[in-house]
Write a protein that binds this ligand. Structure first.
Ligand code: NAD
Ligand code: 4PL
Length: 242
């Protein structure tokens, strides 16, 4: 096995983030399970021998305190997975500026704040792996959450632009774009009905699961993926083909 790394996964109390935390732990890394839901984060961290931290990624002060605490306690941050996001279902007629800003704060401000706080730590070590969790909705143009799809397209643009700036510091930054995946969040929302149109478009006739997404993230977070940066890997059972 390769050297043990410290990995931060945001929004890792459940769903895709929890599966990524499990996968990175299975690869031998020390995983910080960060989430606004501390109870859920603690359950995942206990299961995988990681560390749970309460964190709202949209709050600059919390992000600063979190980053300092991780570096003080674990000494380094080698891997950052920007997974935390709001996944709303809001048709255009009902989308107002308050709802727009709410989603931008978590999905975009959170990605910016976490990346901004972490890249100096990685640069000092001359090594880093950043993976943004985007979505295949940016490819498919899925309706009923234009604000969300805008944030996922933005996360891909961010990866493309930043890759060239952080390469000199040994840092790669890539995106993984999942398709519709059966998570707690999806099960509790109208997105659960989306499987009816997604399954016939996929190459495989079953629902995507969090464990289907995590290996792609773990690969891009590995030392082996060091020649890959600025890219987006769609992981959606063939639903979209870009
Ligand atoms: P989910 O709603 O099941 O879980 C999201 C987690 O993020 C929760 O534990 C929640 O507490 C946490 N969170 C929310 N706001 C936060 C904040 N401000 N700070 C820290 N943590 C916060 O979501 P999911 O379905 O597992 O989605 C995870 C990621 O995958 C998201 O980026 C989502 O956009 C993306 N994605 C999901 C699907 C899907 O179909 N499930 C498809 C494509 C992309
Ligand atoms: C195809 O990212 O990729 C619904 C909800 N349908 O969040 C997503 C598809 C959803 C998706 C997503």
């Amino acid at each position: 096995m390769t050297e043990q790394r410290v990995a931060v996964v945001t929004g890792a109390a459940q769903g895709i983030g929890a599966a990524i935390a499990r996968e990175l732990a299975a690869d031998g890394h020390r995983v910080v399970v960060a989430d606004i839901n501390l109870d859920g984060a603690t359950a995942v961290a206990t299961e995988i021998g990681g560390v749970a931290k309460k964190l709202d990624v949209s709050d600059p002060e919390q992000v600063a305190a979190f980053t300092k605490a991780v570096v003080d306690e674990l000494g380094r941050i080698d891997i950052l997975v920007n997974n935390a996001a709001l996944v709303p279902f809001v048709p255009w007629d009902q989308l107002d500026f308050t709802e727009w800003r709410r989603v931008m704060a978590v999905n975009l401000d959170g990605m910016f704040l976490m990346t901004k706080a972490t890249t100096p730590v990685m640069a000092a070590a001359g090594y880093g792996r950043i993976v943004n969790i985007a979505s295949n909705t940016f490819v498919a143009g899925t309706p009923n959450f234009a604000h969300y799809v805008a944030t996922k397209g933005a996360s891909i643009g961010f990866v493309r632009s930043l890759a060239g700036e952080v390469g000199k510091d040994g840092i790669t930054i890539n995106a993984v774009a999942p398709g519709l995946t059966e998570t707690e969040g999806v099960l509790g929302s109208a997105h659960n009905e989306g499987f009816a149109y997604v399954l016939p478009a996929q190459a495989f006739d079953r629902k995507g699961l969090p464990a289907d997404i995590a290996p792609a993230v773990a690969f891009l977070a590995s030392e082996k993926a060091g020649w890959i940066t600025g890219q987006t890997l769609v992981v959606d059972g063939g639903h979209t083909r870009n």
